[in-house]
Design a protein around this ligand. Structure first.
Ligand SMILES: Nc1ncnc2c1ncn2[C@@H]1O[C@H](COP(=O)(O)OP(=O)(O)OP(=O)(O)O)[C@@H](O)[C@H]1O
Ligand SMILES: [Mg+2]
Length: 492
């Protein structure tokens, strides 16, 4: 028997000092090998992250986040009050009925965690009796627990909530599109005769086309023409302003937040289609001046705006009679030969229409804003659409502004300075989007919270179109500007 150390009783009788001394080199080599392997893995992971971030996400990042999600799920549910129970929440204590939180909570099931290029998606299955609201409120807690940029909670499906997990803010990179994308491209929806299928892919494709060699005057518009691809959403999909899904849009944003840049991108798309564009720019026509050659009418002060809007109301009433004669409920049900051209009215700086300084101003403002409201109420089915932009939209502009807002179902909120404007833009339809809009970074221009048909709301960033690219598109499409009865195109 091998002698041990005097006074020392070994815990493992087989392990003696001599044996330990004999194993030491092997143990040291094994430890060094493990450390070296870990260092190598870390270096390779960093290298992969730098060279191929997407591959790194699928191979390393996502599996690690999935483990983190699984490990933290119980704590998260307990702390953020997301648990349910399969026991009664009331009981009898003597003559009293007591109510409380069960001490044996049941966790909702976190399932279908799938990697995506922008992060991941997952589904939470709710227990009977659970409502989605606490999950929407816990989005911030989830993003902290899983160490990701943001978690969006979509509660619209019954019995479940869908999670969109974003690992980084995809909107912080500047999207300056290749000018070629705006100068040439495949045939737009009208030329291809794409019917309105309602399928998003078709809309996205139609929305992205912007050839300078366009369909030529006289081509009949199809609903796909009303979709304009204006940028990128945070889920990696194109940001499409679609006037068929949402006929009228409200865009708010502080000065220099990117309203005109966004309007430029949309107008550059619509300019190539058989669509009439009308500008209302009461800042003296400065903002919409670059679009003038392609506009069918441009109002540069409130008196002109009132006249243009009154004429458009008359146009709408004529369209209404036409639809009635042919038993059509909207212009798209009319035979193509009879179908009037869609009209998009772009209003830059809404407040200029509402604010009054004198009695004379008051009558003029009332005429302009009443006609604007009538267009919003009547125009949707008759192919007259509004895109209304303003720095501040608040109740101080008058009661008419709330009535107008109710008609503008599409909302875009860029960075704004006051809480009331955020509330007016998003609060009535998407209360949970208000906070996201308040957090828009002033340094990153063109970022907005926008209505998204299938997701409720989403963050997005418009493309920046250099002035020369916009000029190219506008000049190449100027001959397409349709004549509208009673309206004169702006002087070149
Ligand atoms: N999506 C974007 N990407 C990069 N830069 C942008 C973007 N949007 C706006 N910008 C920058 O911000 C500047 C101001 O934008 P823009 O003129 O559109 O603001 P605005 O909201 O119309 O301001 P105002 O209310 O004063 O008219 C632009 O000149 C451009 O440099
Ligand atoms: Mg502007």
């Amino acid at each position: 028997m091998t002698p041990g150390i005097p006074g020392f009783t070994p815990r493992f009788p087989g392990v003696t000092l001599e044996r330990l001394q004999a194993w030491l080199p092997t143990i040291i080599t094994a430890v060094l090998a493990v450390v070296a392997a870990l260092v190598l893995l870390a270096v390779m992971s960093r290298l992969l992250h730098r060279l191929a971030p997407r591959v790194h996400w699928y191979v390393v990042g996502f599996p690690l986040m999935r483990i983190r999600m699984r490990l933290s799920w119980r704590h998260l549910c307990l702390n953020a009050d997301l648990t349910g129970t399969d026991r009664p929440t009331t009981g009898q204590l003597g003559p009293l009925v007591v109510k409380g939180r069960p001490i044996m909570p049941v966790l909702p099931l976190l399932t279908r965690i799938r990697p995506r290029t922008f992060g991941a998606t997952a589904v939470i299955l709710l227990h009977p009796g659970q409502i989605p609201e606490p999950f929407v409120n816990a989005a911030e807690a989830m993003s902290h627990a899983w160490r990701v940029h943001a978690v969006r909670v979509d509660p619209r499906q019954r019995g479940r909530v869908r999670l969109t997990i974003l690992t980084a803010d995809p909107l912080t990179t500047n999207h300056r599109d290749d000018p070629a994308d705006w100068a040439t491209g495949p045939t737009p929806a009208s030329a291809a005769g794409t019917p309105h299928s309602g399928r998003e892919a078709a809309i996205e494709e139609a929305a992205s086309t912007a050839p300078t060699v366009v369909t030529g005057a006289g081509t009949t518009a199809v609903p796909g023409d009303l979709a304009a691809n204006v940028g990128h959403r945070e889920d990696g999909r194109p940001w499409v302003i679609d006037l068929v899904t949402f006929p009228h849009w409200l865009i708010t944003g502080a000065t220099q937040s990117g309203k005109s840049t966004l309007i430029n991108a949309a107008v550059a798309r619509w300019a190539t289609r058989p669509i009439a564009l009308v500008g209302i720019d009461c800042k003296g026509g400065m903002e919409l001046a670059p679009h003038a050659p392609r506009l069918s009418a441009l109002a540069t002060d409130r008196a002109e705006a009132a006249d243009v809007l009154a004429q458009l109301v008359t146009e709408t009433q004529q369209r209404m009679r036409l639809c009635r004669q042919h038993g059509a409920r909207n212009i798209w049900q009319l035979p193509p030969a009879l179908r009037p051209v869609p009209v998009i009215v772009v209003v830059d700086e809404l407040a200029e229409l509402y604010l009054v300084a004198s009695r004379a101003d008051k009558d003029e403002a009332l005429r302009a804003t009443t006609n604007l409201l009538r267009l919003a109420q009547l125009g949707a089915a008759l192919g007259v659409h509004l895109v209304v932009a303003g720095q501040r939209v608040g109740s101080d502009l008058g009661p008419g502004v709330t009535a107008l807002r109710a008609q503008l179902a599409g909302r875009i909120c860029l960075r704004v300075n006051d809480e009331e404007t955020v509330d007016m833009t998003l609060g009535d339809l998407y209360p949970d989007a208000v906070e996201a809009a308040q957090q828009i970074d002033p340094a990153a221009k063109g970022i907005a919270v926008t209505t998204a048909s299938e997701a409720g709301w989403i963050r997005a960033r418009s493309v920046y179109l250099p002035p020369e690219t916009l000029d190219t598109v506008i000049n190449a499409t100027a001959h397409l500007a349709p004549r509208l009865s009673g309206l004169t195109p702006p002087n070149p």
